[in-house]
Design a protein around this ligand. Structure first.
Ligand code: PLP
Length: 266
């Protein structure tokens, strides 16, 4: 943690993710979320995504060598109190990040297994799925798949809360300590289920009628990483992060012509 002149220590949290030039998702959402949680934010860029609230125009993946150098640059200099990992585009990037996690062994890695943007554009190459499972899931303290991501990772259809629980157990057997499955893609209330290796914890919020939900997954996972770095226990960190993202959606900004961003500083 950094110690400032006034003697106040703040935690340092790193995001490893893709850049959303329109500011609502990816690295930009993560850094805003970190700032809103009073942690010092750092970022390793995985991919440059030309996108806005309506569509993804193109994606340029950053080469593994400079990804490794960015991670080294952070870890050789600054104590890292928490890590959020978002978009990883291809196998080589995953192997690079997994290798660096093994080298530096940071605590509290929150992995959001990003696969497809809301408009349908692939942010992860489909052939990288097995590498994500083998190399990345075992490196995570907590993973935050939504329903389609949990279905892709487990190869099972998920339509009920019971099926979410079964998928969470299957996913925890792939390596992560904790699994949070986000049920927003099912109908009705937004029900998320956390499996901590022993117990299930259910978090329910009313569905908010809005199209402005760009970057909600990014925001939730970085809020959890910030809360863990700030010393919260896992259940408390998830609960507070869900409350944060729910309020951020309720106060979403009517920016852009499509699905607007959440409001990180309501
Ligand atoms: N763009 C980037 C760079 C992301 O990492 C993500 C993460 O999920 C998204 C977009 C997703 O955007 P949306 O919330 O619109 O699905």
């Amino acid at each position: 943690a950094a110690l400032f002149e006034g003697g106040i220590a703040i935690k340092n949290v790193l995001t490893i993710a893709g850049s959303d030039c329109s500011g609502g998702a990816g690295i930009q959402a993560d850094l805003k979320t970190f700032a809103a949680h009073g942690v010092y934010g750092m970022s390793v860029i995985i991919s440059v995504v030309a996108e806005n609230t309506c569509r993804v125009i193109s994606v340029e993946d950053v080469a593994p060598g400079i990804i490794a150098d960015q991670i080294d640059a952070v870890f050789e200099d600054i104590p890292v109190d928490g890590v959020k990992i978002g978009m990883l585009s291809n196998k080589e990037q995953m192997k690079t990040v997994a290798g660096k996690l093994l080298q530096y062994r940071p605590r509290g890695v929150v992995l959001d297994p990003v696969m497809v943007a809301k408009g349908g554009c692939a942010l992860m190459q489909p052939e990288a799925l097995e590498t994500l499972k083998k190399e990345m899931l075992p490196r995570a303290f907590l993973i935050t798949p939504n329903i389609p991501e949990a279905e892709a990772l487990t190869g099972r259809k998920i339509e009920t809360e019971e099926e979410m629980k079964r998928a969470a157990v299957l996913l925890s057997e792939m390596g992560p300590w904790n699994v949070l499955i986000k049920g927003g893609h099912l109908s009705g209330d937004a029900v998320d289920i956390l499996y901590d290796g022993g117990d299930f914890h259910t978090f329910i919020t009313r569905r908010i009628p809005t199209k402005n939900t760009h970057g909600t997954g990014c925001t939730l996972s970085s809020a959890i990483a910030a809360n863990l770095a700030n010393g919260m226990g896992t259940v408390e960190a998830v609960k507070a992060a869900k409350e944060y993202v729910t309020t951020a959606i309720r106060h979403a900004l009517p920016i852009g012509k499509g699905n607007g961003p959440t409001n990180h500083f309501y």
